[in-house]
Ligand binder design. Structure first.
Ligand SMILES: [Mg+2]
Length: 368
């Protein structure tokens, strides 16, 4: 695998509504599209940290800097003996996972094209679809939350995830249960509670939720183990699982029962698959989360969600769920709660060059 040229495009697309979680909100979606050229093929990846660094410390600007000044210049001109060798090399570079993932996932697209197989097959999936779950953010009023859920439920999403934060939790779940009955429902707190809030989760435990996603701070694995011992609802870890060592420690402590694996958070497919295989060995349940990303990142998430053992619906939603437009053709669609995966080699979606240019806030071509 020879690295010939990388074109980076920082795009910014408008959202229908601000995406708000416990730590902040965004009104526009930023992403860095990485087009990697190798041996006559072009693969696409997306580096997609949240603007405002409220999910992690990474931002589109910090990833752009790492990609343009260090990662791209040092990988170009290299010739790797395999995809695994290239991915492993990237993993060892001093840059953030959110920057590396743009290049790493593009290499998988190239490899799948070279082998003439769809990306999900290269990853090891046998299914041709992903089950999709609806995620809704925080709103000023409970009525707005209920209206959003009511709007999207007819698309057949396989579960509903609502964001919670201190002061906005039990009454939201109560309202959703009162209006929509026994739908598959879960919470995501994005690490906004502490063990002092244990009584809130003991109360939420009565609502038959699928899981509590990341109730406590990422590093608080001991606390998470205490909380898990006090509630029957499974705890799902997201922000906590950045590295393989995090997973091992969390598993040894019994801090959780379900792993949310995000391709962006862990720096690409190679690490995501390592976590996936280890979770399978440990008997932990798995699903694939998103931020959400633009179409490239979402399509990658859908491909990985087709793996056996990804037992819970993914965060991957329809392209037009959050964004007023997307950079892939065709758009991702959810029908009867499913995303059907493409049969074409590679990612299986065309990247719309005209839209890349229309939404570009920066572009750079880096040659060896
Ligand atoms: Mg989460």
């Amino acid at each position: 695998m020879r690295m010939d040229r990388i074109t980076l495009t920082h795009v910014r697309l408008p959202l229908w509504e601000p995406f708000r979680i416990s730590n902040g909100e965004v009104a526009e979606k930023d992403g860095i599209v990485c087009a990697v050229e190798s041996d006559g093929l072009t693969g696409y990846g997306e580096s997609s940290p949240m603007a405002g660094s409220f999910y992690s410390s990474d931002t589109p600007e910090s990833c752009w800097k790492q990609l343009t000044t260090s990662l791209c210049p040092s990988i170009l001109g290299r010739d790797f003996e395999s995809l695994d060798a290239a991915s492993s090399w990237l993993d060892q570079q001093p840059a953030s996972n959110f920057a590396k993932v743009g290049i790493e996932t593009a290499l998988w697209d190239i490899e799948a094209q070279r082998r003439q197989m769809p990306l999900h097959r290269l990853l090891g999936a046998t299914r041709d679809y992903a089950e999709s779950g609806l995620a809704v953010g925080l709103y000023d009023s409970t009525d707005q939350l209920l209206a959003t859920i009511a709007k999207y439920l007819p698309d057949g999403y396989k579960r509903v995830k609502i964001k919670i934060c201190p002061g906005h939790d039990i009454e939201l779940i109560e309202a959703v249960r009162a209006r929509f009955g026994d739908i598959p429902l879960m919470t995501d707190a994005n690490a906004s509670y502490t063990l002092d809030d244990i009584s809130i989760f003991e109360k939420l435990d009565a609502y038959g939720l699928r899981m509590f996603e990341q109730p406590l701070q990422g590093a608080a694995l001991e606390d998470s183990a205490i909380l898990q011992s006090r509630v029957k609802t499974p705890i799902c870890l997201d922000e906590s699982l950045e590295t393989f060592a995090d997973l091992e420690r969390a598993a040894a402590l019994h801090s959780f029962k379900i792993a949310n694996i995000k391709i962006q958070r862990v720096g690409g497919f190679r690490n995501a698959l390592k976590l996936y295989h280890r979770c399978s060995e440990l008997g932990l349940s798995i699903w694939i989360g998103t931020m959400p990303e633009l179409g490239i990142g979402q399509a990658q998430g859908a491909a990985m969600s087709a793996l056996a053992g990804c037992d819970y619906p993914t965060d991957v939603e329809a392209s037009l769920r959050w964004f007023r437009d997307d950079i892939i053709d065709p758009f991702l669609e959810v029908r009867d709660g499913l995303v059907q995966l493409p049969h074409q080699p590679g990612l299986g979606y065309r990247i719309n060059e005209e839209k890349l240019q229309r939404y570009a806030v920066a572009r750079q071509v880096i040659d060896k």
